[in-house]
Design a protein around this ligand. Structure first.
Ligand SMILES: Cc1cc2nc3c(=O)[nH]c(=O)nc-3n(C[C@H](O)[C@H](O)[C@H](O)COP(=O)(O)OP(=O)(O)OC[C@H]3O[C@@H](n4cnc5c(N)ncnc54)[C@H](O)[C@@H]3O)c2cc1C
Length: 398
């Protein structure tokens, strides 16, 4: 074999998987059609759960982004209509739980740091930009033919090539999927008054609007709404957009200046029916794509990467062929968790993204009831910080 593992897709999940598998001793080829240094279409920031940050620490990535990590000190969740934000809000103060549940970081910052670490590893070969011409997977090996004429052989092929994964499609793995009638508009703004690390999620009838704190007194917005409303918010000029934003969030941040372009993202729920095939494992959005309502999609992918690294390490420790080893263990470990999270986000979005009066009253009362219950709040904080379930070793290390 040329490598232990070939990873197709050097997005945030593919880059992390390369580092995680290499940390467990595997040699890696990491392939992408776009070089990660030139990936210019992502203006998002991600909420990184506390456990995901643990893995980034072990992989030596967290240290290089520490000044750009914004702790989420508090989360405020409210039910709203324009100009009518519910007085019954749900409030998660990290001081009640001892430490932040998560940290915000811009995707480009994280991508750069992961890429730097990848470049520093002798056992990871990044090949990009390059097209994959063909893939053959058999009981003997996985073989990838590249457009530059190279042919690579490995024990295992990992598909980290996103929600439209061609590796998943060519393996004949079906997905169950549902396109939401919503889109998400993402941008960043700086503001005059401090955000104090507080993340806000306001549920409007068309979908949730999240304000997520970043370093240097900036906020990232993820505004999910009906496609027509998002198209309209994209078509208006910056001044009108800020005025529209103010109508929804009020003036508590003082003067606002947009610091990034407004980009939109289609939203869907998509679950692969299985995660493995002969010498193939799917990770990240190639396996599952969910609504961003809970900021968990990337965290799920990082857990996939950590779980796969553990399965590979276990195979190596007893001298087993990595790709011939029991990939079913990886499938069983991750598929159920991901299905549960995908379903929860779907239900949450359905429950909150409407203006039906009885439901609106119920959810306002529900928010208030959860707010009064330390037990319920502790449950949600455990989920948000990624501490529930059977954690892979890289997420457990303190
Ligand atoms: C608006 C929005 C906000 C979000 N916020 C959060 C959040 O706060 N927290 C969170 O945890 N998650 C969040 N998510 C989810 C998260 O962004 C995704 O789950 C994550 O980025 C998926 O990463 P990935 O590496 O699996 O896939 P991708 O980012 O899609 O990367 C796939 C890679 O594969 C490459 N590729 C594609 N096809 C090929 C091919 N044929 N050959 C070679 N390479 C190929 C691509 O160039 C790309 O580099 C959000 C999502 C959205 C839409």
């Amino acid at each position: 074999m040329d490598y232990d593992v070939i990873i197709v897709g050097a997005g945030l999940v593919g880059l992390t998987a390369a580092l995680a598998c290499c940390h467990k001793g595997a040699s890696i080829a990491l392939i992408d059609v776009v070089h990660p240094a030139n990936s210019k279409t992502d203006n998002r920031a991600s909420a990184i759960a506390a456990t995901s940050l643990r893995m980034l620490k072990v992989l030596g990535v967290a240290e290089t982004i520490k000044t750009e990590l914004q702790p989420i000190t508090d989360m405020l969740i409210a039910d709203g209509g324009v100009g009518d934000v519910s007085p019954l809000t749900l409030h998660f103060d990290s001081q009640d739980f001892g430490k932040p549940s998560g940290y915000m970081v811009e995707n480009d910052v994280l991508r750069r740091a992961l890429l730097n670490s990848v470049n520093g590893h002798k056992k990871i070969t990044l090949i990009a930009p390059v097209e994959v011409l063909s893939v053959k997977r058999s009981s003997a090996a996985a073989q990838v033919e590249l457009a530059d004429g190279k042919i690579l052989k490995a024990s295992l092929l990992v598909a980290a090539d996103g929600r439209h994964s061609s590796q998943r499609i060519s393996a004949g793995i079906e997905v169950s999927s549902r396109q939401y009638a919503q889109k998400a508009l993402v941008t960043t703004f700086s503001h005059a008054l401090p955000h104090d690390g507080v993340a806000h999620q306001i549920f409007f009838p068309g979908g949730p609007l999240a304000l997520l704190p970043l370093t240097q007194n900036r906020m990232s917005i993820v505004w999910s709404d009906k496609a027509a409303a998002i198209d309209a918010a994209l078509a208006i000029d910056e001044t009108a957009f800020i005025a529209e934003l103010r109508r929804r969030i009020g003036n508590f941040l003082g003067d606002i200046t947009l610091t990034a372009p407004r980009l939109t993202y289609p939203l869907s729920l998509q679950m692969a029916e299985r995660y493995t095939d002969t010498r193939l494992a799917l990770i990240g959005d190639a396996a599952h794509a969910i609504h961003p309502i809970a900021g968990q999609g990337l965290n799920m992918g990082l857990r996939d990467a950590a779980a796969l690294a553990d399965v590979i390490a276990a195979a190596r420790s007893v001298g087993l062929d990595i790709g011939g080893a029991d990939l079913g263990e990886y499938e069983a470990w991750r598929n159920f968790d991901n299905q549960m999270l995908g379903m929860s986000t779907d239900i949450l979005n359905g429950l909150f993204s409407n203006n039906i009066m009885p439901l609106r009253h119920a959810r306002r009362l529900g928010l208030a009831a959860i707010n009064q219950s330390d037990l319920a709040k502790s449950f949600f904080m455990t989920e948000a910080s990624g501490q529930s379930g059977d954690l892979p070793s890289l997420l457990r290390v303190v």
